[in-house]
Structure formats: C-alpha cells, structure tokens
Ligand binder design. Structure first.
Ligand code: 6R9
Length: 652
C-alpha cells in the first residue's frame, strides 16, 4: 500500500468558531479542570462518578483488566439499576417530580411522576415474576414509543432480567432472529402505535415471529390503538396481568457486572451482533455523560431526546441516563411531520424544553422544509442542543444553532456507538469553543486517538482510524454468546486498542473530526477520501438539502465519486439540468479540491436510511455500480430504493 493510501485525506477547511455563552460557562456543571482531574487519576475519576449512584454493596476494585478485552468494572459492587432510576428519587422526596411528559402522536398526553413510575414499574415487575421470568432470563421488548416501554425496561432491571429491545417496525424475520439469539422467554408488545397520523399494527408481526420461536412462553400485550388483534394461547394482556398486581416490589440488588440489556446492531454483513451491556459501569457513564454533556440541572431543565428507544440513544439518553439523574424528560410517540411539520417545535414550546438532543438526519430534513417553520414557534427556552448518529455537516450545525438555538445555544456533537454505551467524544457546552462539524475531544476519563494503518498515532493535521486506548465503564462486555466475534471485530485490528470502525482526522489543534465508517471511505487516484467531507461540501451549497456519496469502480481512478443529491430549490427553480449538476461539481471542487469532484451526480427524491437515520451507502453503491440491490430489511422505508431506481435511467 502506498503512503497516501494509509491515511485519510484531510480536505475540508472550516474556520467558524462558537465559544460557550458566558452565562452558561459560569454556571456549567463541568469546567476545564475535569480533563486534568481525569488525566491525573483516571480510575479515581470514574470511581467518583460511580458515587453518583446508590450501591447496596460497595465495590472492591474499580477496574479488573487482567483478562483483556474482557473488562469488569466496580468489581464486587452491587446495585439495582431500577432502584437508582426510580425509587431513590422518591425516597429523596422527589416523588411528585415529573419523570416523563409523554406526548402521543394523536395529541393525547400522560404525565408520569417519579412516584407514578415507581408504582408502574413495581406492578410490571410483579407481573413478570408471575409469568415466570427470573433473574438472568431474557425478555424481548417490541413496543412503540409509549410509557410502557421504559416501564417494561425498568421492570426487567428491577428483577435482574435482561431486556432486548427491538425497534417497533423491524420485520418479523428480524424480530425472530433477535428473540432466538437471546432465547427470550417473554415478549412484551402492543396492538400497535401511532405513526404518520394512523395506527400502525405491531402484534401481527410478533405473531409471525413467535410462531417459530420456541423459547417464548408468553406474549404480554399492551393495548394502545384498540384495534382488533388475533389472539394466540401465549398471549396475555397488560391490562389484565399488570394492572391487578401489587404496586409494592423490592428491587433486587445485582452484581455490578450483571447483564442489563442486549441490543442488536446490524453491522454490514453477517448476523446481527447482540451487544451486551452490564449494570454498574453502564449506569455510571450514562449518568455522568448526560449530566456533563447536556449540562443537566435536574431542578430546572426539561430535557428532550427525540430518538427512538429502540436505538441505543434512547436506551442511554431517554431512559437510563436521565432517570439516574432524576431529570424531567419529554417523550414523543410519533413522526415529526404529524399532523404538521412544526410538531417538534410545538412540543418544545409547549413543555419549555431547555435541552434538546437529536440527529443530523432530522436537522437536514428541517432545513429542507424551510426556516419559516421553526420561526413560528417560541423556542427561547432552549439552552443546549445536541447531535448524534452521524457526522454533523457544518452547514447543518450552523443552521441548527441559528434557527433552533437563536444563535445563542452551544451545539454538542456527540460521538459514540451502541458498543460504547455512552457518549465518548463531545464538546462540553460550558468549556469548549465549538467548531461546526467537529466532535472535538474525548470526554474526561476517555482515551481516544487517531492512528494510521500500523496503529501509530497520527500527528495533528493527519487522518486515519479512530481507536479507544483504555477501557471505559459503559463499554460493551462481549457479543452475546460469541466472545470470539467480540475479540475479532473490535480488538484484533490494532494490538491492545478498541477499533471503532470510523475514520477520523485531527486538526491543527488536535481536535477530532469524524469522517464516517471506514468501510465507506473512497480510494480515488491513490487518495483516501471520506464520504462525510464530500457530503458536507455538497450540503453547503444553498440548493442542496441532503447528499450521500459512494465510491464506484472506475477504470482510470480506481474508484470514482458518485453523489446522490436531494435538492432544496424553491418551486420552479432549475435543480435538475446539466448546468445545475456542473455547478455542484464545481462547488465541491472549490471547497475540497479537484480530487473530490464527483464523477457523477444523481438527483433523487429520498435517500435510503436505517431507522436511526443513518444513510445506507451500501445500497447506493449497488445503484452506482449497476448491481441488483442488496438486503433492504433494515431500511426505515422499504420503498425508497424503488423511488431512487425509478429516477435513474440505467440502474437496475
Ligand atoms: C449512538 C449511535 C454508531 C456509529 C458510529 C459512527 C456514527 C454516531 C456520531 C457518528 C460522527 C457523531 N456516529 N455519532 N459519527 N459523529 N457524532 O449512533 O450508535 O447506532 O451504534 O452507531 O454512528 O459511525 O460508529 P450506533
């Protein structure tokens, strides 16, 4: 491999800077001193964070790393996660405090205080016990975004059962594979939920999945839509079984390393990986990061994370982190454009949301819908904005800050993964001078780096592979049932380092910029070029709403850049013709240099995305290289590829 192939080219220049607002900096939860504190005594730092929680038995050792890469954190300690998220706040006199302002898509609402939550979770825990679920058993949860979802998760945690939440809306096949891999004894589901203004059934999918899943003894069904459902002899209704239970239940302390949940991530090939998270370390880091990165003031803040709980972001930052911190959160059931495109801003104005956490894909969609929509709402309560899921394009960052944050709120771009369990790299809103598009620095207590092909740290200005060099409390412990795959996938690429699978660069100040999955990196005339940079260059053109780029085999350059673009032209504007495409190619060339100029640009109405909003470039590569299109089962909208193919004359 030539020298130039080993590192990612570093093309984008971004000079805008956003220092923290003085008022926020003065009262911020975390100051710059935290970096030093953690650097001087990393394990001591995490030990102090673990003291945010209530332990029924204190640990003997902070970290056991004698058998890497199998970590044990807070060895010998015991706690109950549900007790920490619910009961202890009630015991501290906060029973009347709102845990969730829940907003159903049709406009119905429910308010759950911490005392309500304790009653509901206790009843659900008693119901699971009655259904035969015991400590260590697995429970699959396939629910819409309704209060019973966090209640079910916490009920499992309360009795020491391990939950496996599956996105409501995954196919029967995807659900069956996950139930089977975890050998779940019970499935918790609902008749359906509301999406895009109408009931969307879930139960038929579960029926199909469990018909062939012998491990499942009971299916516990919540009534949400009231639509008719077929009943099988394994079904029991939540309203029958849970409602009649006692609302008293004593949470069972478990070992710090007791499995809390499994969450499946699809990966690009092979069967989904069941990422295993345990109790003490996971809760420590989700609680700390939620408090530090969102600058959470639990007495004042109203926090909203718009993710689905079926994604790790929902686990860590709708359920465990916020509840461990005793926060007041908003939880919303439906889609952002129901019944109108201002719904989210309406929710923010209604509950006076102060801290808001969403994904770049949503931000780009709002940009496309127009600045005038958020402008109609009072968003003045907001003080911190977060982003997660993909690299945030600088233009999307600036738009988010300006149109949602009134040019006042810091934007924190948080890098992490299902595997890391909690935020790892992020600005701190009261400390960091933000750079649009940069995740900036590892959080206190986290050791990350960018390395070249040989695992050598790259100098400032260089690019390569993102790695984590020390274990962290909320790290995955293994892949469920497959230790070997765990070692091979994450710990074998570089000796003694966790390989994240993402490309990254260090700028001249040593700050980190994420550049997308290394599988997506393009090799053009001997230069490794990141999809992210070319996409961000395209999105910085005023007539581009969204862009995805892929490398397509090319006889001359090895790979050539092919771009798929969703335009945001005003009605009647020319956004299709050859002149427009030429203008876009020149625009990229000006921003990044001629090497990054797309060979071909296709105008499309939509892009293929997963349910957590990540662009599935693999499918676009199939289009660019004229192959038949691969597995589309994890797409949020299965019809998108047909829409794209229909627009392209020569694609299959
Ligand atoms: C939390 C989550 C993980 C992958 C990760 C990376 C991408 C997430 C990002 C980001 C750049 C950010 N990713 N946050 N890339 N900047 N702020 O998304 O977990 O669904 O497992 O995805 O998402 O590629 O490796 P998960």
């Amino acid at each position: 491999m030539s020298e130039s192939q080993k590192t990612l080219s570093n093309l984008l220049r971004e000079t805008r800077r956003f220092p923290p607002p003085a008022e926020l900096a003065e009262s911020a939860n975390v100051t710059a001193a935290a970096y030093e504190e953690a650097a001087n005594d990393r394990l001591g730092f995490w030990e102090r964070q673990a003291d945010r929680l209530a332990w029924s038995k204190r640990w003997d050792e902070v970290l056991d790393w004698t058998n890497p890469p199998f970590a044990r954190w807070f060895v010998g300690g015991e706690l109950n996660v549900a007790y920490n998220c619910v009961d202890r706040h009630v015991e501290a006199g906060l029973g009347a405090k709102v845990a969730y302002h829940w907003e159903g898509e049709p406009g119905d609402t429910r308010t759950l205080t911490y005392a309500d939550l304790r009653r509901e979770v206790s009843k659900a825990a008693n119901a699971l016990l009655e259904l035969g679920v015991r400590k260590g058993d697995r429970v699959a949860i396939y629910l819409p975004m309704i209060p019973e979802l966090p209640i079910a998760m916490l009920a499992c945690a309360r009795i020491g059962a391990t939950h496996s939440v599956v996105f409501g809306g995954f196919s029967a096949d995807a659900l069956r594979t996950r139930i089977d891999d975890a050998q779940a004894r019970v499935v918790i589901t609902a008749d359906g939920g509301y999406r895009r203004g109408k009931p969307s059934a879930l139960k038929p999918t579960v029926d199909e999945a469990v018909a062939d899943a012998p491990s499942v003894e009971h299916v516990l069904v919540v009534r949400r839509t009231g639509e008719d459902v077929a009943e099988t002899d394994r079904d029991v209704w939540w309203e029958d079984v849970v409602e009649r239970q006692s609302d008293q239940h004593t949470p069972e302390p478990v070992d710090a390393e007791h499995p809390l949940f499994i969450l499946y991530t699809s990966g690009t090939t092979g069967k989904p990986k069941g990422i295993l998270h345990t109790s003490g370390g996971y809760l420590t880091q989700t609680a700390y990061t939620h408090w530090a990165v969102m600058d959470l003031k639990p007495e004042k803040d109203v926090y909203w994370c718009s993710a689905d709980i079926g994604w790790v972001t929902g686990h860590s930052y709708i359920v465990y982190g916020p509840l461990a911190n005793g926060a007041t959160s908003v939880m919303y059931e439906g889609t952002p454009d129901t019944p109108h495109r201002g719904r989210w801003w309406d929710v923010i104005a209604k509950y006076k949301v102060t801290t808001f956490y969403t994904a770049p894909t949503a931000i780009r969609t709002f940009m496309k819908w127009g600045d005038d929509i958020p402008a109609r709402y009072d968003l003045s309560s907001l003080r911190v904005l977060g982003s997660v899921g993909e690299p945030i394009n600088p233009e999307a960052y600036v738009w988010y800050r300006e149109h949602i944050g009134a040019n006042r709120t810091p934007v924190v771009d948080t890098w992490w993964q299902t595997e890391t369990g909690a935020i790892m790299i992020s600005p701190l809103p009261g400390v960091t001078e933000g750079k649009p598009g940069a995740a900036m620095r590892p959080l206190p207590g986290i050791v990350a780096d960018v390395v070249d092909d040989h695992g050598e740290s790259v100098p400032n200005g260089g690019g390569g592979f993102l790695v984590l060099k020390e274990p962290w409390p909320s790290m995955l412990r293994t892949i469920w049932g497959d230790d070997e795959r765990y070692v091979k996938t994450y710990w074998s690429r570089f000796d003694g380092m966790y390989f994240a699978g993402d490309g990254a660069k260090k700028d001249e100040d040593g700050d980190l910029w994420l550049l997308g999955r290394v599988d997506d990196v393009m090799l053009v005339s001997g230069h490794n070029i990141s999809t992210t940079e070319v996409e961000s260059a395209l999105v910085s053109h005023p007539k581009v709403a969204e862009a995805a780029v892929v490398g397509s085999t090319d006889p001359v350059t090895g790979q050539a850049i092919v771009a798929f673009v969703i335009p945001r032209g005003a009605a009647g504007e020319e956004v299709e013709g050859e002149a427009f495409l030429q203008e876009l190619r020149e625009h990229v060339s000006r921003k990044l240099g001629p090497i990054a100029k797309p060979r071909q640009i296709m105008i499309v109405p939509e892009l293929p995305k997963t349910r957590s909003g990540k662009i599935m470039r693999r499918l676009l590569r199939d289009v660019a290289e004229n192959r038949s299109i691969g597995d589309v089962s994890t797409l949020a909208d299965g019809t998108v590829m047909d829409l794209i193919s229909a627009k392209l004359p020569d694609a299959k």
